[in-house]
Ligand binder design. Sequence first.
Ligand SMILES: O=C(O)[C@H](O)[C@H](O)[C@@H](O)CO
Ligand SMILES: [Mg+2]
Length: 390
Amino acid sequence: MKITQVRARVFEWKGHTVAPTDHFCSNAMDELWDKGDSMGTFRFHGWTVVEIETDNGIVGIGNVALAPRIAKAIIDQYLAPLVIGQDPFDYEYLWQRMYRSTHAWGRKGIGMAAISGVDIAIWDIMGKAVNKPVFKLLGGRTKEKIPCYASKLYRTDLKSMQEEAQSYLDQGFKAMKMRFGYGPKDGPSGMRENLNSVAAVREVIGDDIDLMLECYMGWNLDYAKRMLPRLERFQPRWLEEPVIADDIDGYAALNQLTSIPISGGEHEFTSYGFRQLLEKRAVSVIQYDTNRVGGITAAHKINALAESFSVPVIPHAGQMHNYHLTMSTLASPMSEFFPVHDVEIGNELFYYLFEGDPEPINGFIDLDDNTPGLGLKLNEQYLNQFNIIE
Ligand SMILES: O=C(O)[C@H](O)[C@H](O)[C@@H](O)CO
Ligand SMILES: [Mg+2]
């Protein structure tokens, strides 16, 4: 079997969008004196869809969620020529070919995200070629079903947050993640706001539900050091990305500071990046996203690495490209799940683009043993609401 064609298309959402409110979520822009449109740093309203065709008519589908127009240019100009004419089952060779030939500029960030999109499509082809779900090629079913946590709870008024938390309880979720709205520049009153929001959600969910806390890199080391002891009484499952992704020593310091596990990795790349995080004991939970980290080929290696350090892997976002990895390793006990709703941040855009993702039932998702590949196809229903760049 040979790859004959690689098609990367950008899908930009032009449908209805819900505008985020002030203090919706702390983020890396918060430290600047002029934040500009700080929400823009994590609004994902475009996606790159990668379709790779083979000479026996199989089409594998991959995706990239970051800087979609740039990802498309990288795939079109650099990566497609490297994989066309090759056997998709040579996935490790093809990964190395892409990685090494873009090494001067592609090791981290959008270069690696583009490689991820191609690699995911290659794994989808392999699954379809042998008529098996991708998780069966990675080790098979290690759990009856996958527990997942509801991930939204952006900072709004406390009553709305409490109602939202209650709705996840009603749907049977046993874990959920909330976002902080305030950071270092908001002073003691912002700290109080942050603590009040956790207290409000805990009040509704009680002590028997896992609560994850997300900073999205909107704090700094000093602020995080002052917040962590104050958060201990809420017994969060973890505190996520308290500082920017490059401050690995900062993560390590915070991870030793209190009983609260520090999580991170959704902005880290390849097994080399994760080896550093693990060796420094910088994170207690690993959160790569397969569509950034280097695709399934890289994520599979990171699972093995994490297992040897006894650090759990709970990938960013959930979604099929991550679920198959979670299903196939004991290193990964759980998945994230973005509740479906109107397009806001863009995390949820995945469901407008693709169909096939399983719906959680009572806080669990399951994968079908008989659906070949990743199990995704383009969702025709919303195609006319995207600006599609060929
Ligand atoms: O962990 C997450 O879910 C991410 O950080 C979100 O994708 C991001 O949108 C911040 O809420
Ligand atoms: Mg996160």
